[in-house]
Design a protein around this ligand. Structure first.
Ligand code: ASP
Ligand code: MG
Length: 403
């Protein structure tokens, strides 16, 4: 007998028919003799609809009240799913995060799970009940409901799998696994049988939308056996694990992210401490900076360019402008019409031809690179937003069609 955590995304529970389908998968797993903990997202577009409802009432609602509202979506799903299982004569119980309890920090709308109590779920499993838990939510030390950030149900599932040392954590979605790139953009994208935690983490943080990136971080940390698969087709998905098959001549995938904007500080003084001042100021305002580039200085000035999330652009420019006197730069140039394309692969850095191959694909497509940034297993380029899709296609073709 194994303990299996099964998480179903919003599209997998969007209506009665889909909930019945999900109940069928859960029932099958349970009837094979396994303990099952289920984690659900809100149905379909529920979370977006709730956000729209809030905006109609008060576009500046507090994050606490937003969490109170958004957490209801998941509560609907778990109750309906439990009813479907009850209808099949199976013992089950639905639980909200505060009933479990899944304790989190108090950062409303972006809370982190701190600790999961095991007592309640353990007791239910001992009674041979299927336990159905709300994804996406937690409860803070004051007993207030929090949410874990958009897409956070994946993280709820992996955290539960880690807390209960589950044998397997299955993330069911509407695609049948992790692809070499977005199959909607590149129809001949390939499904990967397996991928490493590190590769998945880079892909998730570079814009691939399959998994919440914190869920992958957690899975790596606690060595959770993770599998991404389709709730609509019964076939093997993609396994996410520490090491994959040795053959590593190719990259794992190509990701794109059009949520970035670029800021350039032009004409900064060429003195020690300038970069520190700029990024310290931004970090104090909780603005995450990604790609950073400093130009070779001119006589006594230099430029620093970096990227931020598009939603933070206005605030970033405002903060820097307010500090123009202390930072002493000539002017700011901001550009929100850019995008980022990345290749990811565990064998990338021991294989120096890989980056060149990416640049060759861009050259052949006549696409200009604005900035380049690398990690051990990733190369990212910043491009004009209009070139992003073309770049993904060209790079994917270079790596996967010309082999
Ligand atoms: N319902 C939440 C969202 O739409 C959480 C999730 O689905 O993972 O972001
Ligand atoms: Mg998701």
């Amino acid at each position: 007998m194994s303990l299996i955590v099964q998480k179903f995304g919003g599209s997998s529970v969007k209506d009665a028919k889909h909930i019945r389908n999900v109940a069928g998968i859960i029932a099958e797993t349970y009837l094979q003799g396994n303990d099952v903990i289920v984690v659900l997202s809100a149905q379909g577009d529920t979370t977006d609809d709730l956000i729209a409802k809030a905006e109609e009432i008060n576009p500046h609602a507090s994050k606490r009240e937003m969490d109170m509202l958004l957490s209801t979506g998941e509560q609907i799903s778990v109750a309906l799913c439990a009813m479907a299982l009850e209808g099949m004569g199976l013992p089950c119980v639905s639980l909200a995060a505060w009933q479990v309890s899944i304790q989190s920090t108090s950062v409303h709308s972006d809370a982190r799970i701190k600790k999961i109590d095991s007592e309640r779920i353990r007791a239910e499993l001992d009674q041979h009940r299927i336990v159905i838990v709300t994804g996406f939510q937690g409860v803070d030390r004051n007993g207030d409901v929090t949410t874990l950030g958009r897409g956070g149900s994946d993280t709820s599932a992996v955290a539960l799998a880690a807390a209960f040392r589950a044998d397997l954590c299955q993330i069911y979605t509407d695609v049948d696994g992790v692809y070499t790139t977005d199959p909607r953009l590149v129809p001949n994208a390939r499904k990967l049988d397996e991928i490493t935690y590190d590769e998945m983490l880079e892909l998730a943080s570079q814009g691939a939308q399959v998994l919440h990136n914190r869920s992958v971080e957690l899975a790596k940390k606690f060595r959770v056996n993770l599998e991404v698969l389709s709730s609509l087709e019964r076939k093997p998905g993609t396994k996410v694990k520490e090491v994959t098959k040795v053959e590593k001549t190719n990259i794992a995938g190509v990701a794109k992210d059009t949520s970035v904007a670029r800021v350039a500080l032009v004409g900064l003084e060429h003195n020690p401490g300038v970069a520190f001042q700029v990024f310290d100021l931004l970090s104090k305002h909780n603005i995450n900076v990604d790609v950073i580039l400093q130009s070779i200085g001119r006589e006594d000035t230099k430029d620093i360019s970096f990227t931020v999330h598009k939603k933070d652009l206005e605030e970033t420019v405002q903060i820097l402008t307010d500090s123009k006197q202390t930072l002493k730069f000539d002017h700011i140039a901001a550009d929100d019409h850019i995008g980022k394309v990345s290749i990811v692969g565990a064998g990338l850095m021991s294989n120096c031809g890989v980056a060149a191959k990416m640049f060759e694909a861009l050259y052949e497509a006549g696409i200009n690179i604005q900035m380049i940034n690398t990690s051990e297993i990733r190369v990212s380029v910043l491009l004009d937003e209009d070139d992003v899709n073309r770049a993904v296609k060209a790079i994917h073709a270079k790596f996967f069609d010309e082999a």
